[in-house]
Every structure is written in structure tokens, then in C-alpha cells.
Design a protein. Sequence first.
Lengths: 246, 362
Amino acid sequence: MSQSQQELAAGEPELAVLPVDSAQRISEAPALSHLQTPKKKRGQRRQAASQSHDTQPFDIAGLKAEIRASVDEKRSRLPSNALLARRSEARSLSAARNSVKAGVSALDNNPDAQNVDDELAREQISSVDWLAIDASLTRVRQHVEIGGSVPELSRLKGPVRHAARLVAAVILLVSRFLTNRQSAFNIAGLTALHQLAEGIRRMHLSYAHQIQRLEKQLSQLRKQQEESTQARARSFKRASREDLKP
Amino acid sequence: MARVALLVPCLTDADAVSNDVLGMYSALEARGHDVCIFAFFWNVSGPKVRHFTKIERFIDHPSALLIYHHSTGWGEALGIVRQARCRRIVKYHNVTPPEFFERIHTDYVNACRDGRRQLVEFARAGCDLYLFDSRYNMRELMFEGVHEAASFIIPPFHKIDRLMELNADLAVLDRYSDGRTNVLSVARLAPNKGHAALIDAFAVYHHHYNPASRLLIVGKVDERLSIYADSLRLRAMDLDLANSVVFCGEVPDSALKSYYLLADAFMMTSEHEGFCVPIVEAMAMSVPVVAYGSSAVPGTVGKAGIVWDDPDPDLLAGSLDRMVSDPEASAALGKMGRVRYESRFTREKIESRFMTALDHLS
């Protein structure tokens, strides 16, 4: 650190430990008076903090260690990988479905078989590479106008460059009867493509929404079906027991 | 009184670099300097702004001062800084690595690539001073050969004072004051901002800790990056969060204040930041900060928030849970953030550091 930087930093040490008086100052600062929150719990939190932390420094490292310990414990019971890997699961289920179509009957024993159709539908919708389409359209957009500007010819220097650019300008001017039509054609084609891509992207999003909604409805229906089957089984057992009574 | 030219490619009313330029403008004008901003594009009224092609005449004297704000590729600025015969300062806000925008938009890739390339040229231009938003930014330019003695870290000017004085948007407060836990993130929807990690972490928190929770993502959506925004929406849907992740878009300052007031915690998982003003806003509003410590983020948060070395969704979710379920820890962190803001990032502090740095010119 240079001397000048040291001068600048001198009055502003790192706040590793919260000084007691500064914490009190903040709690009483008029600048905070407008921070009235509609939530009751925030007010409760402030009160709690003013009771406990105004008198003792706060240990961030200790807090992080506590969080890490509780997260490790929770992670062992409830790993988040399964939650976050839903998309990759969908892909593997689709692969399983395809193998069934190819004549492999292993899927019949797969407990996830019922979900495969939904996952396959989702996979088909997600398979469009929008990034690639957008990048290609952008590249096309950069070259849509032919002869609109004289090339820079930056590899040439001095008067040669000026002369070359002049020649290029003349050529562009002369060929304008062709390039104008070509540019108009390019713009029309690109606009149509752009509109199509936007429309399909909107459809893509709307289908994804619909699929998600249908999946929810389907899972609710399955749950209801399960419940009614269980209820029917219970009533059947009850009836059987009554029949067996002497 | 000296002539001071502030050079920046774009000057708008809602981005960090523009706020820094406008802050410098006010500070220098208040000290009686003849200040003018030169830009390629601007949409702000109030300060004196001219087209950048008119800058040469304005700084055509050795006593004049040119301050260029570098945050993206701009070939014309490099020429101006090189040819200027006055005193020259480069304020480096950092340039996002172009890799983040690969396969998303070539304009961004080209602008960022040019900006990175020009960084080396600016370092070699031998300017009188180099100013940096953060130590992280300073390290980058020192690596390119800038001397430490000519380097100063000056946090960017911001509009937090104005945010504090504004009345909050009551409609926003009413809409989201429904008893659910609100987790807030403020960053424009750009691929370097790490929204995927943010949504993943929130998914773990929502499904494993607190189903009565909501993630509010505030930030401008650039039409050219709409593919990225769409991919985030799909990700949220895939993780069963369609009704729990709210993409608020760009909001006026009054609504932004409401979001900060509503927030139980502020989460930032950006992968590349030169400073990160929203974190300072959260600290100023006493909202506890949970963040992934990439690039300049650890330097901005300091020890006034929970910062992790990895964007581990479990750790981030665990931290959110702690902030929500432990009112004492949450309020203590909120206070520490506020103290850090008051001790380092208030307008007065930034202005004082800026003027001290300028004193070294003479």
C-alpha cells in the first residue's frame, strides 16, 4: 500500500468487531427513522438485537461455523442434489423411454414409468437451443445490409487507403441497383425469421407453463386415486371381516 | 478553478457508472470547477453534457483535467486519452469478461472483449492517476503495469441518500406484505450476475426450510439478453418456483425502496462485480446480506455480511434460514451493514476520498 493510500485508509479500519457506541448510534440515528417496515417481525428483530448485541461484539466467523455445521447435518439427511437435478432426471427418463420404444421392456418395472410421458413432452419442448438461434440471428443482423457503408480497409495506410476507399465507394454506388434489392430481401427475410423465432419462444414458455400446470393436476389426481383406492380397500376388508363373522 | 472533463460512453439515470460520473460532477462543481460531461449517448437532464467529439477544445490546456470512466470497449476514448495534453485520470469500474456473453449476444461479447483489450492500452498510457472502485479492480490494472503510487481506491458515488429520503411505494409494500419471507436480489438480468445460483439456493431454502418464502429479483432486462432472462424463468419453473420467484424488472426508486423495506435478507450470487452498489444499498437500509464472495464482493461486504467462497446452494440456503429464524443475528448483521455504510460509503466519505486523491495531482 502506498503512502497516499495509507493516508486514505487510516481513518477507516475494517469493522471486524462492532463497537458498542456505534451500534447505539445507529439504533438512534435519525436517518433510520423512515425505515419503518410494515412487518411486525422486523421490529421484533431490531428489539431483540438491541437487547443482546448492543453490549457485545458479533462474531461473523462463529456464525458461519454454526451455519456450516447445521447445513452439513441437514445435507446428510436431506441432500439438495435430488432437488436441483430435476432437469437431468428428465433427460435420463426420456432416454429410458426411447429404449422402451426400441424394444427394451425394462421400463415396465420402472416405478417412474408413469411420469415418462410427461418428462418426454417437457424434454421435447426444452430441446430447442435458443441461445444458438439467437446468436445466429444476431450474426445475420450484422450483415443484413449490403453496401450500406464503405469498408474501413484499416490494413492499408495513408493515401493508398483513401484511394482504395474511394474506389470501393464508387463500386458500391454503381452496384446499388443490385444491392438495394438484395438488402430489402435480406431485411424482409430476417424480419420474418425474427418474428417466427419470437413467436415460437413465446409458445415455448406458454407450453412449459401448461405442462407444469398439467403435471400438478396429474399428481393431484394420482393422489386422489390413491386415496380412493385405499379407502375402497379398507371398506372391502371391513366388509370381508363382517362376512366372516359367525 | 480548473476545467474538468468527465468522459463516459453512456450517461443514463439508472446505472452505477453514470451515478459515479454524476456524483463527481456535483462534487467538482460545488468546488467551483468548470465541469462538463462528454458522452456518446445520454438521457439525463440537469448536468452540462456535450457530445464527446467536442472534448478536444475543452481540455486543450495543460491545467485542464480529463477523467475517463472505463467500463466497456470504446476506441474513441482511448484515442482521446492518449492524445490529451492535459492531466489525465482513468477511473476503472471493471469490464465484464466476454466469456459470460458467449452464445448470448455478440454485441456484448465484442464490447467486453474490446474493453479488456483497451485495459492494457490504458495501463500503458501513463495517466497521472488511476482510480478504482475496489481493490479487486486495482489489482487487475496493477497486473497490467500501473504503478501503485498513482493508484487510489475510491468507491463509486451513488444515489443512496436520495433513496433514503424518498417515500416508499405503498402499492409494492401492500402487495408483498403478506407474511411470507421476502428474499431480495437487485441486479440487472445479465449472465455475469449469477442468477442461476441465486435461484438454486432459493429453491433449496424454499423446499427444505421455508415454503412460505418468496424471491424478489429486481433488475433491468435488456432486450438483447432476453434469452438469458427466459432461461431463468424456465429454471424457476423447473424447480417448482413459478409462484415463488418474482421477476420485478426495472423499478423506480420509490419501488426499489419498498423492496428493501420488505426484504428479510438480501442475497447476491454474482460471479463478476467491480464493486456491487446494491450490496451497499442493502447495508444502508440495514438489510442483512448473504453473498457469494466472487470478484469484488468480499471487499464491499467486508465483515458486515455472510460471504461464502462458493455459491453452494445449501450454505446460502442455510444462511438465509439463519437470517430469518434468528432475529438477533439478522438485526446485528443489519446494524453492522449500516455501520459499514456510514463509515465507508456515505457520499461525504466518498467525496472526501475523491478530493484527497485529486490533491495528489498537484
